[in-house]
Design a protein around this ligand. Structure first.
Ligand code: NAD
Length: 415
């Protein structure tokens, strides 16, 4: 099963609990528009390379297409389509007025100098500019993209829309992307929002399940999402005993857990997480750890029918998009493992992206306290709504979230 088929199978599963016309489900099973762009980028050596990028505008029933941009060697149409589909579901679950979109460039940004990265970003934006805009499609950061890259996009978009004679005022032209630096119109709290949003959801779940702290945690991926989430857990009494990045992981065997802030400083200094502890493990071994909570926070399709049987955690908390494949879901369910789906767990990022977009359009600046308070309200409301559906329909949390999303999409379509 490819990633997109695995993603769609969850929609089919949820559709069994709602009576919706076939045409509507068929509409939600295909992207509205897929864009592939090939464009030249000049390397520092003077050589010109043709690069490929994608943007999938999956569905805009609920509002402008919204979703991140990823720079990674594994980016292709199947991946971007799946990620855009998940954004459609996620935005409906968290209840913000955006549709689903996603994009990416097939490249390893670690092979590029800063100047090359900027030229690549500007070229991609130049080609994509006619298709994005504050009321059309609003990208954001994802794997290997950050505030600096979003700032370049904003700047290039302003130039390009003037050439295209598309008129936006100063505030609106900033709202073409979110996740910008605070100096360039970004929102306070956006960078850590995905991790913080996940933390709010996890705290609610622990209460519902009546689990006693301290709980042990292993986190795969130590980028924006994984490192912020792990640090918050550490600061709030969880024992983070396993951490990893793309090159491998580390384990804390006494059970008292890592000081995640020290690991963060170490990773910043040394580059690899494996240099931050004497006891190293592989990413596969991290998944097999005896922990209460396992948090995949790197890439999709990492929990498969091959390794799902080896998972010993009580909760799998999906901070990455699509880390558990559909066939693995079944195995985890049989083992009694609770899976908190990506479309709820990691929706804090797009929520604060929505706050950023609103602040830009309205020419306002919210304080960090305001942002975090509104984020907490949104995450806790969505959790309660998903939990209610879970209890009502007697389904797993993922199906419950998808049913909720389907109801909101159907209502907007007038069904
Ligand atoms: P990032 O680029 O900041 O970090 C990715 C991390 O994953 C890095 O530590 C990298 O070393 C690690 N990694 C990559 N391949 C790995 C592998 N095979 N095994 C173990 N670790 C690996 O990206 P991010 O923004 O933190 O995104 C991580 C995940 O969260 C993605 O699935 C992304 O779509 C999702 N997500 C991100 C946001 C956001 O706001 N950035 C919001 C929602 C969901």
């Amino acid at each position: 099963m490819n990633t997109f088929d695995s993603a769609l199978s969850r929609l089919t599963q949820a559709a069994k609990y709602e009576s919706l016309p076939e045409w509507f489900l068929e509409t939600l099973s295909v992207p509205e528009r897929t864009i592939q762009l090939n464009f030249p980028v000049k390397r520092d050596s003077g050589k010109i390379e043709i690069m490929s990028g994608y943007r999938v505008q999956y569905n805009n029933l609920l509002g402008p297409y919204k979703g991140g941009l990823r720079f990674h060697t594994k980016v292709d149409m199947d991946e971007v389509k799946s990620l855009a589909f998940w954004m459609m579901i996620k935005n409906a679950v968290i209840n913000i007025p955006f549709g689903g979109g996603k994009g990416g460039v097939e490249v390893n940004p670690k092979d590029l100098s800063k100047a090359e990265l900027e030229r690549l970003t500007r070229q991609f934006t130049k080609k994509l500019a006619p298709n994005i805009g504050p009321y059309t499609d609003v990208p954001a950061p994802d794997v290997n993209t950050n505030a600096k890259i979003m700032d370049w996009i904003t700047d290039e978009f302003r130039v390009r829309s003037e050439e295209l004679k598309i008129k936006y005022n100063e505030n609106e032209s900033k709202a073409v992307v979110t996740g910008k630096s605070v100096e360039n119109g970004g929102s306070l709290g956006r960078e850590e929002a995905t991790g913080l949003g996940g933390f709010f959801v996890l705290e609610q779940l622990i209460k519902k399940l009546d689990f006693n702290k301290p709980l042990t945690v292993a986190v795969q991926g130590f980028g924006n999402v994984g490192s912020h989430m792990a640090a918050l857990l550490f600061e709030n009494g969880y024992k983070v005993v396993g951490l990893s990045d793309s090159k491998g992981g580390i384990v804390e065997q006494s059970g008292k857990g890592f000081n995640v802030n020290s690991v963060k400083s170490c990773k910043l200094e040394k580059g690899l997480i494996s240099s931050c502890s004497p006891i190293n493990i592989s990413n596969e071994e991290l998944f097999e750890m005896e922990v209460d909570i396992l948090i995949p926070a790197a890439l999709e399709n990492v929990i498969t029918s091959e390794n799902a049987n080896k998972i010993k955690a009580k909760i799998v908390f999906e901070m990455a998009n699509g880390p558990v494949m559909a066939e693995a879901d079944e195995i985890l369910k049989e083992k009694g493992i609770i899976v908190v789906p990506d479309v709820l767990a990691n929706s804090g990022g797009v929520t604060v992206s929505y706050f950023e977009w609103l602040q830009n359009i309205e020419g306002k600046k919210w304080t960090l306290e305001e942002v975090n308070k509104k984020l907490q309200e949104k995450m806790e409301t969505a959790f309660e709504e998903v939990w209610k559906m879970y209890a009502e329909k007697k389904v797993d949390l993922r199906t419950a979230a998808y049913v909720l999303a389907l109801q909101r999409l159907a209502q907007k379509a007038g069904l």
